[in-house]
Design a binder for this molecule. Structure first.
Ligand code: ATP
Length: 503
């Protein structure tokens, strides 16, 4: 809900995870900076992905293509002609909206009505209440549901046919108002390209128009043959890449969920034509397992299969995650056929074919793509981790239960007091462990407060040096999630931490 989401955003700032870009100048909308802890978490997520995709698959290799690409790339990919959002302006407020989002929000409001009916009925019928039965038999609810379905269907059809007049007619018919001012005075719907343009070259006449890449995938497609040949890759094989992408998003709210500058982690898997159904299932399964391995809870993921397919796809699904504002797309898995390679063949005049030694023939491979937003994954992990716990002693603690493998700092080392040689021992532990992990040292305030500080930052272990350490060479190690404390030998610390934080 809204309150939880606000807490996530303020916690991200307060504990050094995410800052608004150029904040001293009042920020830049939908652009964010990763702070001292945020950059570590982000790097760890990227590494966790890279290991699973590249290191663990002997038929997947990585590349790092440039953000700038030859401008024809974006003609071939379809982005110049078809990477548009339908926009509508309100004539009174002068505010600009995505027309499809206005209609979807309207449907969401109807869904809220359905949920209210459900809640009312659940109260009335108590234990005897069966939600599924209620949803399928209650006349009013069925009416609402039919309305949502028909509105979305009409929207989908008119967007597909680029019948923007019909989208406007739909908005007028539904009497959708400007969410800020209530005005229903709309302009026509127009298409707006999402790519950022820039120029290469010094003088105005000789400058070339370039785009900042709106996705990393094209850098993989244009390098397909280079990698295949130099790496002597045999189909099926994949090329993975992580990197920045840029989109001039109009509905840029929801914190780092939708940004204008963001990072993608994409993998294009090149396969024999005709095998795309199997590989689509394989990658759906493999990617869901990757998510589940982080322990954020299987119930927080679901697939959303696309009925309406993009021009390049013959099957597509989203892995949706339960964000603080509901289930939304986190990752896309697309069966892209040979669309991209064929387009690049046509526009470049170069063959992008593979000679299959087993079939003794050449063909243009099909492509299976997995594409996930690193920033969205960050938001999924971070928002899922932030919890407020009521403790037995009546207080609450704020704890960031990040998966230990992803946590920015793995352990915090404390001397119980700032004297009697305890800081020296604690600092020696830092020296010994820092070769293997990110470690922090803290000697300020009572130890209970130091624990709480590390809980809020998400550090999985706190290690305290006390007076007994002087005799037994042991320390107290406290586990963030259980708050359990154990006495362990200093020399055992490394193995103990490693067992929990290693990828
Ligand atoms: P959406 O429908 O949410 O705009 P999309 O379908 O356009 O996303 P893709 O083009 O399939 O997204 O990009 C793949 C992934 O990149 C998405 O699943 C998402 O995680 C991420 N992504 C896309 N746009 C953004 C953005 N503006 N900010 C952050 N991440 C993004």
């Amino acid at each position: 809900n809204d309150d939880n989401f606000k807490k996530v955003i303020s916690h991200a700032k307060e504990y050094g995870y995410v800052f608004q870009s150029s904040e001293i100048y009042d920020g830049l909308s939908a652009v964010y900076d990763y702070a001292q802890n945020g950059v570590e978490l982000k790097n760890n997520i990227r590494e966790y992905w890279w290991k699973a995709m590249v290191q663990m698959h002997d038929n997947i290799v990585g590349i790092d293509a440039a953000i700038f690409m030859h401008p024809t790339t974006w003609k071939a990919s379809g982005h110049v002609d078809a990477f548009n959002d339908p926009l509508i302006d309100n004539k009174d407020s002068k505010k600009r909206y995505r027309a499809d989002v206005l209609v979807e929000d309207y449907c969401l409001k109807i869904e809220v009505k359905i949920n209210k009916e459900v809640a009312k009925a659940a109260k009335r019928f108590g234990d005897a209440f069966n939600k599924d039965e209620f949803l399928s038999t209650n006349g009013r609810v069925l009416g609402y549901q039919e309305k949502i379905d028909s509105v979305l269907k009409r929207l989908g059809q008119s967007l597909e046919k680029e019948d923007l007049a019909d989208v406007k007619a739909l908005i007028e018919e539904l009497e959708i108002a400007d969410p800020l001012t209530g005005s229903k005075n709309w302009t026509d719907v127009k298409q707006f390209n999402l790519m950022f343009g820039t120029k290469l070259g010094a003088s105005a006449e000789h400058a070339t128009d370039l785009y900042l890449r709106p996705e990393t995938a094209q850098g993989i497609f244009v390098n397909f043959l280079n990698v295949q040949k130099t790496g002597r890759m045999k189909i099926p094989f994949g090329i993975a890449q992580t990197g920045k992408a840029f989109r001039n998003e109009i509905v840029a709210r929801q914190f780092i969920f939708r940004m204008r500058e963001f990072e993608q982690m994409e993998m294009q898997f090149f396969i024999k034509p005709g095998t795309q159904k199997e590989w689509f299932e394989y990658w759906k399964d493999a990617r869901l397992k990757w998510h589940e391995s982080l322990g954020l809870g299987s119930e927080n993921y679901r697939f959303h299969d696309h009925e309406k397919l993009a021009h390049y796809a013959d099957a597509a699904t989203d892995i949706e995650f339960n964000f603080p504002f509901g289930f939304k797309e986190l990752e896309g898995i697309h069966s892209r056929t040979d669309f991209d390679l064929k387009q690049h063949e046509e526009y470049s005049g170069k063959k992008l074919q593979y000679f299959d030694p087993e079939e003794n023939e050449s063909y243009t491979p099909y492509v299976l793509e997995t594409s996930i937003g690193l920033d969205r994954m960050f938001l999924a992990v971070f928002s899922n981790a932030l919890q407020e716990e009521d403790l037995e002693n009546g207080t609450t603690r704020t704890v960031l239960k990040l998966p230990a493998v992803l946590a920015p700092t793995k352990a915090a080392i404390f001397p119980l007091v700032k004297k009697d040689g305890l800081p020296e021992i604690a600092k020696q532990i830092v020296e010994d462990l820092k070769w293997d992990f990110n470690i922090t040292y803290d000697e300020k305030d009572a130890v209970g407060r130091r624990y709480r500080r590390q809980d809020a930052v998400g550090t999985p272990f706190c290690i305290t040096v006390d007076h007994d350490t002087l005799d037994d060479n042991s320390v107290t190690i406290r586990h963030r999630d259980t708050m359990e404390q154990k006495r362990v030998k200093i020399e055992d610390l490394k193995a103990l931490i490693k067992a929990e934080v290693e990828m």
